[in-house]
Design a binder for this molecule. Structure first.
Ligand SMILES: C[S@@+](CC[C@H](N)C(=O)[O-])C[C@H]1O[C@@H](n2cnc3c(N)ncnc32)[C@H](O)[C@@H]1O
Length: 229
C-alpha cells in the first residue's frame, strides 16, 4: 500500500479547506495536483472557469477510471487502519459514507474529464515545472500533495514546487499542513522561512475543514514579491 493518501475532494470540501469565497470564483483559478477531484467539474457547471493540472491527465480516460477505482479501494483500507486520525461526524459520518462520497466525486470527475480535456480545463502537468504563463492565474490551490503526497520527504521538491506555483499565480494556497502520518509537517517551518527570505508573504490561516485532526489550517503564499526600494 502507498504511504500517501489518495483523496478525491469536492467543491464543498475545497470551499472549507481553502476558505474560498464566491467573490474569488470570478478570478482565474488553477488547481494543482488536482487528481480525480470534482472541484473543476462542479465549478464548470456553475459557470466558473478552473484549470486543473495533474500528471494523471496524460493517461487515457478509461485508464484514469481504473486507477481512480483502485485508489479509492486503497484509501478505504488505509483509513480503516488509521481511523483515529480523523474527526468523524462533520464532513463524513463513517467510513462507508466517506467511500460513497469519494466514489460520487470521482464519478463526477470521470464523466467530465473527456470534455474538460478537450476544453483544456484539465492539463497534464507535473510539479516542479508548469507550462503556464507568469501570473496567468489569480489563485493556485494545491490540496493533499505538498506536505502529505508522494514527494513530501523532499524539501527541495516542495520549495521548487511552491516557487513554481508562485510564478504562475498571485497567491498560492496549500492544504493540509500535515505529513502522511497526520502530524504537522516537520518541513513547514523551514519552508516558510525560505519563502520569507525570498521576499514572499506567507500566512498560516485557520480553516473550517474539520475532517483531519490538527488539519484546520492552510498555508497562503503571496507571490508578488515585496520590492523594498
Ligand atoms: C491525493 S491526490 C489529490 C487530489 C486533489 N487535490 C484532492 O485533494 O482531491 C494527489 C495527486 O497528486 C498528483 N501528483 C503526483 N505527482 C505529481 C507532481 N509531480 N505534480 C503534480 N501532481 C502530482 C497525483 O497524480 C494525485 O492525483
Amino acid at each position: 500500500m502507498k504511504n500517501h493518501w489518495s483523496w478525491s475532494h469536492s467543491l464543498k470540501n475545497y470551499l472549507l479547506m481553502f476558505d474560498l469565497t464566491t467573490e474569488e470564483f470570478d478570478r482565474p483559478i488553477l488547481d494543482v495536483a488536482a487528481g480525480p477531484s470534482s472541484f473543476n467539474s462542479e465549478m464548470h457547471y456553475q459557470g466558473y472557469q478552473v484549470t486543473s493540472c495533474d500528471p494523471l491527465y496524460a493517461k487515457p480516460a478509461n485508464e484514469i477510471e481504473t486507477i481512480t477505482t483502485a485508489m479509492i479501494d486503497e484509501l478505504g483500507e488505509k483509513v480503516s487502519q488509521q481511523s483515529s486520525q480523523f474527526n468523524w461526524g462533520n464532513e463524513f459520518s463513517n467510513l462507508a459514507e466517506l467511500l460513497r462520497q469519494q466514489r460520487d466525486m470521482a464519478a463526477i470527475f470521470c464523466r467530465d474529464f473527456p470534455e474538460g480535456l478537450a476544453q483544456k480545463r484539465y492539463c497534464a502537468e507535473s510539479l516542479p515545472r508548469l507550462s503556464f504563463e507568469d501570473f496567468q492565474f489569480s489563485l493556485a490551490l494545491c490540496a493533499n500533495f505538498i506536505f502529505d503526497g508522494s514527494l513530501s520527504d523532499d524539501i527541495q521538491f516542495q520549495l521548487d514546487s511552491i516557487h513554481e506555483m508562485c510564478r504562475v499565480a498571485q497567491e498560492v494556497r496549500i492544504y493540509p499542513l500535515l505529513d502522511q502520518h497526520g502530524r504537522i509537517s516537520p518541513q513547514l517551518g523551514l519552508i516558510m522561512s525560505e519563502l520569507q527570505l525570498a521576499d514572499y508573504g506567507v500566512e498560516i490561516r485557520q480553516v473550517s475543514y474539520q475532517f483531519f485532526k490538527h488539519g484546520n489550517a492552510m498555508l497562503r503564499v503571496f507571490s508578488r514579491r515585496c520590492e523594498l526600494t
